[in-house]
Design a protein around this ligand. Structure first.
Ligand code: AMP
Ligand code: ZN
Length: 479
């Protein structure tokens, strides 16, 4: 097996991944801020961390993985106050939607899925440690972190701190590099806002202290891996380092991994541009969860992902090709014995699949290894050269593949129904139906009944009934 190499934002280098404790990985992922429905950009990052954790598990590591729900921050406090409801009441709907979306995208449940609002005490204690070490100062009931006191400030995001005036402050949780300032660890409540009564006085935590406190509570003072989208490197992760390392005197994270952003048709997603998608938007148009997972996973995480509906359609075809192949392998009858060179070919594909993922989670390379094997095996099946005895090894390859990519199980229709999208919502145009029928016809001609049955099932799942007439023609209707 190849050595696992990961790009570390902290050093700017690709490094061999060696966890602190052999065979175990301590990993933290910044979860969603549940002030609204998460968008497909957020899920690009969450699918990336899922692929990473699944790959590490496949390689035999025991995972200690924490993902948090940020259920208190500026936006949530403001929105809940404006709606006149409690924080829990305001965030509950978005928390449920997030869990549903994760199920739809086959994002595994991390070992610890935790809420910020269940850890206020831990945050208060961490702020007190920082107070004792004089990294803080108070002003008007809020408590700030004095960045001038932490010599390593800026080491993750490489910002230049020379021009920053000591004592200049920022109250917002989110701000740009240009406004790097002392940031709020604890915020005094404004009238009408939710607050906690604590040893620090009335107030609520800043966003950054939440992740430091929760990560160290569950994973110890030094983590192996911390992931998030690239926009979190500054200020969020920079501030997490400053808080955690000032408190403990130890390195906080050994490998920082940041996913690049998803763009839609080469543009930043924004509601005003009309290119803003939630999963619900896409499922309502008839796109399948597996196609979306594939599309999000297929571009290596350090490249921007240009999302298009055409690309999503292609992802659906790729998933279909894999499922057809799996079915053909399981259901086809092949002559006994083994094909010359096939075992070596499968071994090479497995090696290349592992090498791709070991190469800084290069999903494109791993997928190419799988599709090359599928193409070559399909072609040897077409030529009648494939032998039954090679079946188990190919199946084993597919099983390992799917432990990471998780798209083979044919459960899109059930997932959509569970999310409340009925099977009458086909999303298929007449032309797409005709194209699928032509594919089914071609498969039948080749006596590839696994594929023809799959297409019939897919159409049925999407509310299209087909009737084979005696004269060989095919009719279809919508349910
Ligand atoms: P948030 O809920 O805003 O805290 O974001 C949740 C995760 O999604 C974070 O890791 C963000 O960095 C990430 N994220 C936000 N926008 C995008 C995007 N357009 N593409 C990829 N990841 C994103
Ligand atoms: Zn975080």
């Amino acid at each position: 097996m190849a050595e696992i190499q990961l790009h570390n934002t902290l050093t700017g280098k690709i490094e061999a991944f060696v966890p602190q404790k052999a065979g175990e990985v301590r990993m933290y992922t910044c979860g969603p801020t549940v002030y609204s429905y998460a968008h497909i950009g957020n899920y690009r990052t969450f699918v990336f961390q899922d692929i990473l954790r699944r790959f590490l598990k496949l390689r035999g590591f025991k995972l200690h993985h924490v993902m948090n729900l940020t259920d208190v921050d500026d936006r949530i406090i403001a929105n809940a106050a404006a709606a006149g409801v409690s924080l829990r009441n305001y965030t509950e709907k978005f928390v449920r939607a997030f869990f549903d979306d994760c199920k739809a995208l086959s994002i595994e449940t991390p070992e610890h899925w935790i809420r910020a609002t269940d850890h206020i005490d831990d945050m208060v204690k961490l702020i007190q440690r920082l107070q004792e070490k004089t990294f803080t100062y108070s002003s008007e009931g809020s408590i700030y972190y004095r960045i001038a006191k932490f010599p390593g400030y800026g080491k993750l995001s490489k910002i230049d701190v020379s021009g920053i005036q000591d004592g200049a402050r920022v109250d917002n949780d989110r701000y740009e590099k240009e406004s790097a300032r002392d940031f709020a660890l604890w915020k005094a409540p404004k009238p009408g806002e939710h607050f906690w009564e604590t040893a620090l006085g009335r107030g609520r935590p800043g966003w950054h202290i939440e992740c430091s406190a929760m990560a160290m509570k569950y994973l110890g003072e030094t983590l192996d891996i911390h992931t998030g989208g690239i926009d979190l490197a500054f200020p969020h992760h920079e501030n997490e380092i400053a808080q955690s390392e000032a408190a403990t005197g130890k390195p906080f994270v050994r490998y920082w991994l940041h996913a690049e952003h998803l763009l839609v048709e080469d543009e930043k997603m924004s509601k005003s541009l009309g290119n803003f998608f939630t999963l619900r938007d896409l499922f309502a148009k008839g796109y399948k969860p597996s196609a979306l997972r594939f599309a999000l996973a297929s571009v290596p995480y350090r490249k921007q992902l240009n999302f298009t509906l055409d690309g999503l359609q292609q992802a659906a075809s790729s998933v279909e090709r894999l499922r057809n192949f799996r079915d053909r392998l399981e259901q086809g009858k092949f002559p006994a014995g083994k094909q010359d060179g096939m075992a070596a070919r499968i071994g090479k594909a497995a090696e290349e699949f592992d090498a791709g993922l070991s190469d800084d989670v290069n999903t494109a390379r791993a997928l190419a290894a799988a599709f090359d094997l599928v193409r070559e095996t399909n072609s040897s099946m077409d030529k009648g050269e494939f032998r039954q005895g090679d079946g188990p090894a190919v199946q084993e390859f597919l099983a390992a593949f799917d432990k990471v990519f998780a798209v083979l199980e044919d459960n899109d229709a059930e997932k959509l129904r569970a999310l409340g999208y009925g099977s009458t919502e086909t999303g298929l145009s007449d032309a797409e139906i005709d194209r699928l029928l032509a594919e089914r016809n071609a498969a039948k001609k080749k006596r590839d009944f696994a594929t023809s049955d799959r297409i019939r099932k897919e159409l049925a799942d999407r509310g299209i009934i087909i009737e084979d007439a005696k004269d060989g023609s095919v009719r279809w209707k919508r349910k």
